[in-house]
Design a protein around this ligand. Sequence first.
Ligand code: UDP
Ligand code: MG
Length: 324
Amino acid sequence: MNERAQAVPRISCVMPAFNEAATLPRVVPQVLAALAQLSPHVELIVVNDGSRDATAAVAAELCAAHPQLVLIDLSRNFGKEAALSAGLDSARGDIVFLMDADGQHPTALLAEMLAGWRQGYDVVYTVRRTRSDQSALQRRLTGVFYGLLNWHARVKVPRNAGDFRLLDARVVQALRLMPERHRFMKGLYAWVGFRSLALDYEPLPRLAGETRFGLVGAFSLGTTGLFAFSATPLRLMGMTGVLLSLAALLYGLWVVFEYAFLGISVPGYATIVAGMMLLAGVQLMAIGLLSEYVARIYDEVKQRPLYLVAGRAGQGLAGDGAAP
Ligand code: UDP
Ligand code: MG
């Protein structure tokens, strides 16, 4: 670990970009300048995640101007998690930074993250100090999500930790071994383990454009995370069944008691209908939940690739004299 203290690591920075034509011309030079302060051997890997705007053309132009820039063009929009995986698969550095392409992740933090790595941490992740940019409902749902995800879980996913992080090459290697299609990167980082350090930061406002993770996007990522990393929904369903059966048993005993000792014969029609509808509802919900897991199993067994690369440009560390 001590050899890291003096080391000048080769650095890769992975940047997924979806419709970021407006921000890339500002973010790329800024990030490259910040990386150059840390090491002479750097590459910035921009993954164009099937953008519908001029991102590809803008990135290609930047590539011509900056030899450290690598452009990976995915064949369509695969989503941020897949774009991150594409970047990680191509990264050659001793350490890899993950950064958004919209300028929300402050480059000022990179040096501090590197300092963490020099102290021997393999993962330095960042935790946003506030979520003030999100609605109260979204914050509440996020809280419920992490509560469910981490409930009795061996691997806890830290709350509010984002994708902005530093990964040692060993961690990147471990992540490449994860074959799953339904990717929830925050869960995968936690799953692989390694010594981790958390840093607080204040996200900057987006330079241009709008977030793609509104309530719906966040909800869909949340369910992916929940179904991929936890069997808690299934357990809760099982427990609901147990509780309902207990309630039915007690109620049945009560009816017998009323009939035998109080002389009341219970008029049943309304209770039967209500009970049947409740149980039918609960059963359908349980089947729906089960189907979610089955659908995901179906997706996994198909073994389709995580992403497809339509084109590449730039050399990055491969063109660097220090590359192995
Ligand atoms: N992104 C992507 N593919 C997508 C959606 C987003 O590669 O399908 C990228 C986007 O270009 C940005 C990062 O993921 O670099 C974060 O996206 P965004 O700023 O919309 O999310 P937020 O910062 O609000 O979490
Ligand atoms: Mg953003």
